[in-house]
Write a new protein. Sequence first.
Length: 202
Amino acid sequence: MKKIGYIRVSTAEQNLERQKQQLEKVGMDKIYEEKVSAANMDRLELQKMLNEVKEGDIIYVTDLTRITRSTKDLFALIDILKEKNVNLKSLKDTWLDLSTDNPYSQFLITIMAGVNQLERDLIRMRQREGIEIAKREGKYKGRVKKYHNNHAGMNYAVELYNKGEMTVNRICEITNISRASLYRKLKEISIKFKIDKTSNNH
């Protein structure tokens, strides 16, 4: 069992030292550091940590906002860690404990999951209403492409796929990318490679 730390600030100008000192008081075997926004889970050091942690390890953060910024991402993270039998602890949010020894923590997670589902349903409802209004006004332009060329999570998924060391299911679990999206991206890359190769041969 190892104690793994994860510390993060939103910009390069901010300092990680305070978080590092707090975790080092607990005693860490390794600390992953990141200077990037937590708007989504597509953070390279976070994904690297999730790929490297082993069964029985405990991930420590100073508070949950360092590792996630939404309940949706928190539950996705919890699902990944539970499957790997890895615990997550926050120095600030002391109620959180993924082990079976803490039924109170599991109760709170269940309640939060219900609230999160309600929040998603309300967002989808508002989106549908907004789309209908936009269509009536002739302003609806369709869906914006989600996975652009510089999308960190997708690029990491493609990198893991090319290494050939794990299944597609595992890659999608680690990167939070759907199978369909990954296969579409791989197809795009394959087509582009064939076009480039043909162009170079002429």
